[in-house]
Ligand binder design. Structure first.
Ligand code: GAL
Length: 673
């Protein structure tokens, strides 16, 4: 037998314009499913158009594609000094140049390769983004790997005599490669790095708009809490005056778990509907944990059979959600058992394992995918599945998922982790936007009161605020010395809901993420501070570091709460008291807030917004309003309002977007400082 010679052919690419400011390159043949296909992404054409056309800082002739019998590869240029951000939900660092990334889904979130969300997206400091629209694991070399015949190969130096000798001189290129017949590459123009990310999010259907109630406080009860115990915990929050909006049930709500039945335990939840109604009558929604591997012999198993993968996970059957019959059976079961009795969402666990945790690479699935590819998208498929159930009911949900991938921006989920390093949590929070996902900086436990309060304070400044007490049984008041500081942080979270909701409104409308890394804000490299929405700069105090520096971008900044001037374009050193969350407000901003409440659902419809104004006036604010829970906003029933507060506290409003004409609440003005 002659040997098959692996000949690579390098060729220039053809870039086709697919949306305003978005181009597609196809290397080799079309290789389905893609990430956007899996997520059923519908580009938000009108919003992309609004961003307008913008050029790219390189020529298409500098992009090369390469096919060999095994691989599909693309090479894109980098310019000197250009920084590259993203390449998945990275829990360390900012600039990815000089690194090699083998992007795979994995819950160990180890190193730069095995990630909860290995989104193959990079964003350049030069103001464009590149998305590899593939469901295969992908290898990306950022400035690494010099080609022998590249005319731009760095100049050779003699190590013996030249102090500038470098073992890995920058190649001036990104090379991305998959083992497969083709690779789709999407290029998003800017002109800024933020605008490029906006285009990516809008191309994937826009950012998610969670229901208003989900922006309050979440608490998860211990592993096998019964309905009675869960309600006791809910009542304890109320009695002690701590906010609560969602109670999360962990594996014990199911009649058996690992593998699960996804059905209520008759022993611990004899009356599921009564339990959910009791929680809701207390202003608290119910979220259910699921490890989506099905107990053989269970009712759900029978409904989904035979649409399972070849291998089990912890002896549970793995539904192939790409098979319509499996997706439909799953929807019917969950709608009847949970959605119809008022369950508000799910926490999807363990969809982020590697081959020794989930199924092997060679596992087979009825829809035709092998195990390797199915692992890359299983979390994405679950997000779409659950989103579909709630859309069919006309109700919005918000939930948690441990594994995701590209094209997930439109899904109402935040990622959580079993890791617990505080600095990594804050880095993941800042970097999550660069992977088109949201991060949940949950709290679980702490060895001392200082750590507890600092973790709680950073949790309240993230897209979803959750105390996950499944193993620890911790309560917000578990550390009496910091009880009041923790309560204050939780109350602040509830009060900030209109501001946060507006940030999500912008995410949906314009693709601007609610948490914004400094790299996209002003090219900064910090991963321990970020912008939350347009006007709040957050710099959490990390465990073990009571003193820290904060870089204030250009413009005047004021301390949140006190209104004291903090500085302008400078780096300050702070050592705040335990009750202070370092938050800074842009001069001239006013922050729309709710009155203090224990449940967002019990804020009266006639309660006023309080506009907290910082710096010298006049002040401005944005407020996004809709019904907060249905999909009517997708048909135009929303308003994005621009408010201007004059020096005499008169408030002017203008509609910036949407069909609503006037703001739905009265307004009070408070000038800080
Ligand atoms: C883990 C998950 C935790 C908790 C636990 C319950 O996999 O990350 O948050 O839900 O399962 O057994």
């Amino acid at each position: 037998m002659p040997l098959v010679v692996n000949v690579a052919s390098v060729s220039p690419v053809v870039a086709r314009s697919v949306e305003t400011g978005v181009w597609r390159i196809q290397v080799g043949s079309r290789d389905l499913p893609t990430l956007t296909g899996t997520a059923d992404s519908k580009p938000r054409r009108d919003r992309l158009k609004k961003l307008g056309e913008s050029g790219l800082p390189f020529e298409w002739s500098e992009v090369r594609s390469e096919r060999s019998s095994e691989r599909s590869t693309v090479t894109l240029p980098l310019s000197p000094g250009e920084k590259i951000y993203g390449l998945g939900l990275q829990m360390e660092g900012s600039d990815r140049r000089g690194g090699v990334y083998h992007l795979r889904v994995d819950h160990f979130a180890s190193g730069h390769d095995r990630l909860h969300a290995p989104t193959p997206l990079y964003i350049s400091s030069k103001g464009y983004a590149v998305f590899f629209n593939t469901t295969r694991p992908i290898d990306i070399y950022v400035g690494v790997g010099n080609r022998l015949r590249d005319p731009k190969i760095p100049r050779f130096r003699d190590r013996n005599t030249d102090p500038k000798w470098d073992s890995q001189p920058d190649s001036g290129q990104v090379e991305a490669s998959v083992q497969g017949p083709g690779l789709e590459v999407l290029v998003f123009s800017g002109p800024t790095a933020m605008a490029a990310l906006q285009r990516y999010n809008l191309f994937c259907g826009g950012g998610t708009l969670p229901p208003l109630w989900s922006l309050g406080f979440w608490h998860r009860t211990p592993l096998i809490a019964s309905g009675e115990q869960a309600l006791q915990e809910v009542d304890e929050f109320e009695k002690r005056g701590y906010p609560l909006d969602v109670v999360g049930l962990e594996p014990g709500w199911q009649s058996s778990s690992y593998p699960g039945t996804m059905d209520w335990s008759k022993e611990r939840f004899p009356n599921p509907s009564g339990f959910v109604s009791a929680a809701r009558s207390r202003g608290v929604r119910v979220n259910l944990w699921e490890d989506p591997y099905i107990a053989p012999g269970s009712e759900l198993f029978k409904a989904v059979d035979p649409n399972f993968g070849s291998h089990t996970v912890w002896l549970g059957a793995v539904a192939d959600l790409r098979m319509k019959a499996a997706a439909d059976a799953m929807a019917k079961f969950h709608t009847e058992k949970s959605l119809n009795i008022g369950v508000s969402g799910f926490k999807i666990d363990e969809v982020d394992g590697f081959d020794n945790w989930l199924w092997p690479d060679h596992a087979t699935f009825p829809s035709g995918l092998d195990g390797l590819r199915m692992r890359q998208i299983y979390g994405l498929l679950w997000q779409k599945e659950i989103d579909d159930w709630y859309r069919a009911k006309g109700e919005r949900t918000f939930g948690l998922v441990r594994g995701s991938n590209g094209a997930a921006s439109r899904f109402p989920f935040a990622i959580y982790s079993d890791t617990y390093d505080h600095a990594q949590y804050v880095t993941a929070l800042t970097n999550s936007a660069l992977a088109g996902v949201l991060w949940c900086a949950e709290t679980r436990d702490a060895p001392n009161p200082e750590e507890w309060v600092r973790r709680m304070q950073s949790a309240v400044m993230s897209p979803i605020t959750q105390l996950n007490a499944w193993a620890s049984g911790t309560k917000p008041w578990s550390f009496p010395r910091v009880e009041s500081e923790v309560r204050a942080a939780m109350v602040l979270r509830e009060q900030l809901a209109p501001y946060l909701y507006t940030a999500f409104g912008q995410y949906w409308l314009n693709g601007v993420p609610p948490v914004r890394p400094m790299s996209l804000v002003d090219g900064g490299s910090e991963t321990d501070q970020y912008m939350l929405g347009d006007d709040l700069l957050v710099a959490p105090i990390l465990v073990g570091h009571p003193r820290r520096t904060v870089r204030l971008p250009k413009g005047d900044w004021y301390e949140f709460g006190t209104g004291r001037r903090a500085g302008n374009g400078e780096t300050i050193t702070i050592q705040p008291s335990l009750s202070t969350i370092p938050i800074y407000v842009r001069a001239g901003a006013s922050i729309p807030m709710f009155p203090s409440t224990l449940h967002l659902s019990s804020v009266p419809s006639d309660a006023h917004y309080r506009l907290e104004c910082y710096g010298p006036g006049p002040w401005r604010a944005q407020v996004f309003e809709d019904d907060g829970q249905t999909f009517a906003y997708e048909k135009g029933d929303y308003g994005l309002f621009r408010l201007t507060v004059g020096l005499n506290s008169t408030v002017y409003q203008e509609v910036e977007d949407g069909k609503r004409k006037v703001i739905g609440r009265g307004i009070e003005v408070e000038v800080k400082g």
